[in-house]
Ligand binder design. Structure first.
Ligand code: ARG
Length: 568
């Protein structure tokens, strides 16, 4: 429904003698119905035009009226220093419902011409360690952003920067050689590797020889030693298998699983470039880039034993991805604790003359905490996603069974409800904030939750079943007069603006917030307006509105990765 903004902008442009492109960003969405459907604040023009905002608004309103209003606009008012546009309700309802009912769950899908590329990096767990709840945030936020960008016409390249290289593999290889056995490993690979890792750290305390052996093992691995490489590949492939199962459960996909190991061959050339540009220097045997002038401390590129580091591999990755995709944007969805790391990367890229450095962005997020219940943290203070999912499913099952004892396949429903609860809770506030998981809160069917969206969707579905008729084209759009109907129509039309905000700020929160608004408006409409038993033309129009709302809701939920349910 963006063309309504174009119409308003065109009217304003003519009246104010400014280009349409300048008028468009001035358009606001007034909070109250009596302020119309769109507004323009005239305050910023007062200085240049040497008139009060009220006078400006009044002059422009006169000019717009005298041009003759298009069908879409019923009237233009002046309130304070604002110009307020009121849409013609029947025409607006007709345009909106025609669009939604024909485009269905692709409503507001758009394309950029020419297409622009966004590289979105997310999830990126460390394969030798269990998938933590922190990685869930990256996975969910990144997958959601990827879907929204794609929906709005971007060419998206989804990358999983798997932590599959680094000194921890030296430790694992050493631990496996000492204590490992294939059978246990096969059974539960990631868990088993983690146990080895934990044991290594415990024994290392009393046995410094282990530290030396591990360092050597990693160094051998980097030099291409066959036996070390074989073990590493085996660890990697079994871990990946387990990861894939998790991703499919979460409905998350990638275009490229390019882990840190992928860039190893590119490191010598990178180091040469940084050397040639006089950026790197030796410091106590280690190769560093001094970023003190940038207030970013010192970045270590290579240790004394010549083994590579996390940041070195990240630099190679950034350069490689730009060569591959010439992206417009590259976003890294990674926790805020790594902010210095990314600032260092972007700064080194800039110093090295890679102009694309300013197309890169760290999309940071806070932590998940657990409210009144302590989640088992095993060793090392990490909460594992596996445990969280299991706990959520168990809780959801008891809620579902209590609410609806006759429900078929309660286990399947519980799985979807728990997923909705977790994924929605994750985006229920701006990403930089910490999120508290309080099970009762996030699983509630009435609060601002994922299950609430599912519940409302299921309610709309059952309403459509009760209506029992095929929807007919609406003949008279002036039947929509109830404030609850008008509000729902208006909110439904704003879907695209919520999606655009998600992309502008890399903030899935705006989509979650929008779907809550839509759902609340739907539930108010549902309370206020009868459908079954209503006069036929009105019933048909209202049922069409229900159908349209379900399409928008289903579309938005799928962008969030939240499954819909017909019954719950
Ligand atoms: N594997 C890292 C971790 O678990 C996250 C990787 C983030 N991405 C990056 N390009 N450094 O902490």
């Amino acid at each position: 429904m963006k063309h309504y903004n174009d119409i308003v902008a065109t009217l304003l442009a003519k009246a104010a003698s400014i280009p349409v492109a300048q008028a468009l960003p001035l358009i606001e969405f007034p909070p109250k119905p009596e302020q119309g459907d769109r507004a323009i604040a005239c305050f910023s023009f007062a200085k240049t035009l040497q008139k009060s905002p009220q006078e400006i608004a009044a002059t422009w309103a006169d000019r717009i009226r005298s041009q003759g209003l298009p069908d879409e606009i019923a009237r233009v008012d002046v309130q304070g220093g604002y110009l307020n546009f009121f849409f013609s309700t029947p025409k607006f309802a007709q345009d909106l419902l025609t669009e939604v009912l024909s485009q269905k769950t692709s409503f507001a899908k758009t394309s950029i011409d020419p297409k622009q590329t966004a590289v979105i990096e997310y999830s990126s767990p460390n394969i030798a360690k269990p998938f933590s709840i922190g990685h869930l945030r990256s996975t969910n936020l990144g997958a959601c952003l990827s879907r929204v960008y794609t929906y709005l016409g971007w060419n998206v390249q989804r990358i999983n920067h798997l932590g599959d290289w680094g000194t921890q593999f030296g430790k694992l290889i050493t631990a496996y050689r000492k204590w490992g056995n294939a059978q246990d490993f096969d059974q539960d690979p990631i868990d088993y590797l983690f146990k080895l890792y934990v044991r290594f750290h415990e024994e290392e305390k009393d046995n410094p020889q282990l530290t030396i052996e591990a360092r050597e093992a990693f160094s051998m691995l980097e030099k291409g030693d066959e036996n070390a490489k074989e073990l590493w590949e085996w660890f990697r492939s079994l871990s990946l298998k387990e990861l894939h199962a998790l991703y499919s459960k979460l409905g998350v996909e990638f275009d490229h699983i390019w882990g840190e190991s992928f860039y190893i061959d590119q490191l010598p050339a990178l180091l040469q470039t940084l050397h040639d540009k006089n950026l790197s220097k030796l410091d106590d045997g280690a190769l560093i880039v001094d970023l003190k002038e940038q207030n970013l401390s010192v970045a270590v590129l290579q240790k004394g034993d010549e083994s590579s580091l996390y940041i070195t591999r990240d630099l190679a990755a950034a350069i490689y991805r730009f060569q591959e995709f010439a992206f417009t944007k590259m976003i890294y969805v990674v926790g805020s604790e790594q902010s210095l790391h990314f600032q260092q990367i972007f700064s080194i890229l800039q110093l090295a003359g890679y102009d694309f450095y300013d197309r890169c962005q760290h999309v940071a997020f806070g932590q998940i905490t657990f409210g009144n219940e302590k989640m088992s943290t095993r060793k090392g203070n990490v909460v594992f996603l596996k445990d969280v999912l299991a706990r959520a499913e168990e809780k959801a099952l008891s809620i579902v069974q209590e609410k609806n004892p006759d429900l078929e396949h309660p286990q399947v429903v519980a799985e979807k409800v728990s997923l909705a609860a977790i994924l929605f809770a994750d985006i229920s506030a701006k990403r930089i904030k910490n999120v508290k998981f309080d099970w009762d809160e996030i699983l509630s069917f009435e609060g601002e939750t994922g299950p609430y969206l599912q519940y409302s969707y299921a309610r709309a579905q059952s309403l459509m079943k009760k209506w029992e008729q095929d929807l007919r084209p609406i003949e008279d759009f002036s039947v929509f007069t109830d404030p609850a109907e008008l509000k729902l129509l208006k909110t439904a039309s704003q879907y695209v603006f919520a999606l655009e905000k998600v992309v502008q700020e890399n903030e899935p929160f705006y989509l979650g917030k929008y779907l809550l608004d839509l759902t609340k408006d739907f539930n108010r409409f549902y309370q206020a307006c009868r459908i079954v038993g209503e006069e036929d033309a009105i019933g048909n129009a209202r049922a069409s509105l229900v159908q349209a709302t379900s399409y928008v809701l289903a579309s938005g939920m799928s962008l969030l990765g939240i499954p819909t349910l017909e019954k719950m």
